[in-house]
Ligand binder design. Structure first.
Ligand SMILES: *[C@@H]1O[C@H](CO)[C@@H](O)[C@H](O)[C@H]1NC(C)=O
Ligand SMILES: *[C@@H]1O[C@H](CO)[C@@H](O)[C@H](O)[C@H]1NC(C)=O
Ligand SMILES: *[C@@H]1O[C@H](CO)[C@@H](O)[C@H](O)[C@H]1NC(C)=O
Length: 407
């Protein structure tokens, strides 16, 4: 939280203008921290920032940033909102409820379901001038699946279940999600009708689908949970690195960007919630988390101020410094405390103590996104272009992998 200035005079609550989605990553970590430790020091800042960025339409799609946002950026804020509801952060009086903010994101994304190519799916980006507009990717679709699954679990409303199944089935029919090998690819291109995929491997792509399947959990979903778990353990916990969690695409060559540094933390908490929601997985997940937690802790020994590194498997600080490193380590430390929640605490629903107010039509009242499209693009908007960096660097990482591995 020392990296967060949103509560200071003249600053905008919850805003990281250069990297807007990272506010959601920060607040997800703060929610976990509060829930598992009981320390509510940061809850005021958390509530104010999470509420404020929801914007007047209550859907995390405000004109300050939206011009350069993708479905994935908005989705992460939706997940933070539903998590606030599930962990019983009190709704802000006279504000948008946490549940309605998550519903607002769901409603926007449902309306963007695209059938012009590939038989369905969400595009990565929302506007035609963005380079990811012609791509469909795992984190956007898997994230929308997870959001729908969590809304279904929280509210019991079958519309969310239908959408979760639809997004899952479409993903499995595309090269993004292979429900036999449980490979999760990164993205696929509409130009060839999603015939091929960019198969760069990232923890969070596995995590969004895994987490969603865990929130859907009943016997029908157990194969998916187990399959994704097994494959992600094989991919991201390597024997030569002591089975410590690792984003294999960027860490060995020290090319992780700020987005990518956050992935392990997100993945850690989806593993932790999976262990709580699907009790049969607890004994396989916990040992994997424990060895990674210990290694991560040893990486947090930098700069004489507990600065954490990127490569946890080195079990020492690797020289990196940043908010993203602190968020990821904080997330995995919270995971240790699921030990004390095994017996049915975890995320609540509207029938087990959750009372965040529902608004099934949230985000739709003013037809927000079409109005948005017509406004001219300003320099201020361009400053909010976190996702462009992501596209470039993802492409660059892909090129590097090609050169080093394939070429
Ligand atoms: C912002 O929050 C921090 C606690 O993290 C607090 O120390 C500080 O006084 C707050 N600043 C303002 C302007 O409220
Ligand atoms: C949008 O930008 C304006 C001008 O800087 C600011 O006053 C407002 O709080 C911002 N809104 C959000 C949601 O960040
Ligand atoms: C820790 O120290 C480093 C190096 O002086 C500095 O860049 C970083 O901002 C510090 N971290 C915090 C949270 O103050």
């Amino acid at each position: 939280m020392k990296w967060y200035n949103g509560n200071e005079t003249g600053q905008i609550p919850g805003a990281f203008p250069e990297k807007w989605w990272e506010g959601a990553a920060l607040f997800l970590a703060v929610l976990n921290y509060w829930h598992f430790t009981g320390d509510d020091t940061y809850n005021d800042q958390l509530s104010v920032g999470l509420e404020f960025q929801g914007g007047p339409n209550g859907d995390y799609w405000t004109s300050n940033y939206s011009r350069f946002l993708g479905n994935d950026d908005q989705m992460f804020w939706g997940l933070a909102a539903i998590q606030a509801a599930e962990l019983k952060l009190p709704d802000v009086p006279d504000g948008n409820s946490w549940l309605s903010l998550a519903q607002g994101v769901f409603n926007d994304q449902k309306d963007r379901w695209d059938t012009t190519a590939c038989g369905g799916g969400l595009r990565w980006q929302v506007y035609v001038y963005q380079s990811g507009y012609v791509m469909k990717n795992s984190v956007s679709n898997g994230g929308f699946f997870q959001l729908a699954a969590r809304l279904y679990r929280y509210t019991g409303n079958s519309e969310y279940k239908d959408w979760a199944e639809k997004v899952w089935d479409w993903s499995a029919s595309s090269p993004l999600l292979n429900n036999k090998t449980w490979n999760v690819a990164d993205s696929t291109n509409m130009d060839d009708n999603c015939a091929t995929a960019g198969n760069i491997q990232w923890t969070y792509n596995y995590g969004v689908y895994l987490g969603g399947a865990a929130y859907m959990y009943n016997k029908k979903w157990l194969d998916a949970v187990n399959g994704l778990l097994k494959r992600s353990f094989q991919n991201f916990f390597l024997a030569e690195h002591g089975f410590v969690m690792e984003d294999i695409t960027c860490e060995p060559r020290e090319i992780c960007n700020n987005n990518e540094i956050l992935f392990k933390g997100l993945f850690s908490s989806w593993l932790a919630y999976t262990a709580l929601l699907v009790p049969s997985t607890y004994d396989t997940i916990m040992p994997k988390l424990e060895s990674s937690i210990q290694a991560a802790a040893k990486s947090c020994t930098g700069n004489n101020n507990n600065t954490c590194g990127v490569r946890w498997y080195q079990s020492k600080w690797d020289g990196w410094t940043g908010m993203e490193e602190q968020i990821s380590a904080s997330n995995i430390f919270s995971c240790y405390l699921i030990k004390y929640e095994k017996d049915g605490k975890g995320p609540v629903t509207s029938t087990t103590g959750g009372n965040s107010e529902s608004d099934p039509n949230a985000g739709e009242e003013s037809g927000s996104s079409s109005e948005d499209k017509l406004k001219p693009i300003t320099t201020g908007d361009r400053a909010g272009a976190g996702i462009l960096t992501f596209v470039f660097v993802a492409g660059w990482a892909g090129l590097m992998s090609f050169m080093f591995l394939g070429g």
